[in-house]
Unconditional design. Structure first.
Length: 203
């Protein structure tokens, strides 16, 4: 039975673990409790990888429904900047790495104004400006949420380590690969021309 479940994962469980996708923080919110598998002896909460995998699939299905140039990905965190740029390149999305410029979603006369239909953020805490603007204009929000995140106003949570370099590379790589497969732009995973390392930020 275990082998059958394993086949359903986008990558083997060991791959998720070796990239630290399941490593949470020492804080947990009531919002994230249902995604936590256990707490380690050092106090770190561990995220349930199977729920992460299922949510990556669900997020890819959702994002694939939108016109690519109407999807915005935002990430202030340093280790998320390269992954979101690569995802934008692979999927045709708009990316905003680094500081989110105020008015991007709310001020039509601003030079950096973007009219989008859905927002993907790396961390609801760091990417609060992007989230607030999306809430104001009423577009759905997909977010990577660690154990310490609040999920109010988030339409689809991807429970995961949203801080680690390797974890972020793997998550955005999987999302991109899955989106292209759903769109029919690749027929098999082998046709996906990127390696996980292509999504990995430098130190």
């Amino acid at each position: 039975m275990e082998e059958k479940l394993e086949e359903n994962l986008l990558v083997p469980e060991e791959t998720y673990i070796s990239c630290g996708v399941e490593i949470g923080t020492q804080q947990k919110t009531a919002h994230m409790e249902k995604f936590i598998a256990k707490v380690r002896s050092d106090g770190l909460y561990i995220i349930d990888i199977r729920q992460t995998d299922a949510r990556i699939k669900a997020a890819a299905k959702l994002l694939a429904r939108y016109e690519p140039d109407r999807v915005l990905i935002a990430a202030v965190r340093h280790y998320a900047r390269k992954p979101i740029l690569k995802m934008a390149e692979a999927c045709g999305f708009i990316s905003m790495p680094g500081r989110f410029l105020p008015g991007t979603l709310t001020n039509p006369i601003s030079d950096n104004y973007r009219e989008v239909d859905i927002l993907l953020v790396n961390d609801p805490i760091g990417d609060k400006q992007a989230m607030n603007e999306a809430i104001k204009v009423g577009i759905p929000i997909v977010a990577l949420c660690d154990t310490n995140n609040e999920s109010r106003f988030i339409d689809l949570i991807i429970p995961a380590n949203n801080k680690g370099r390797k974890a972020l590379a793997l998550i955005y790589w999987l999302l991109s690969r899955e989106i292209l497969k759903i769109r029919g732009e690749i027929k098999t995973y082998d046709e996906f021309k990127y390696a996980v390392e292509d999504f990995e930020a430098e130190f």
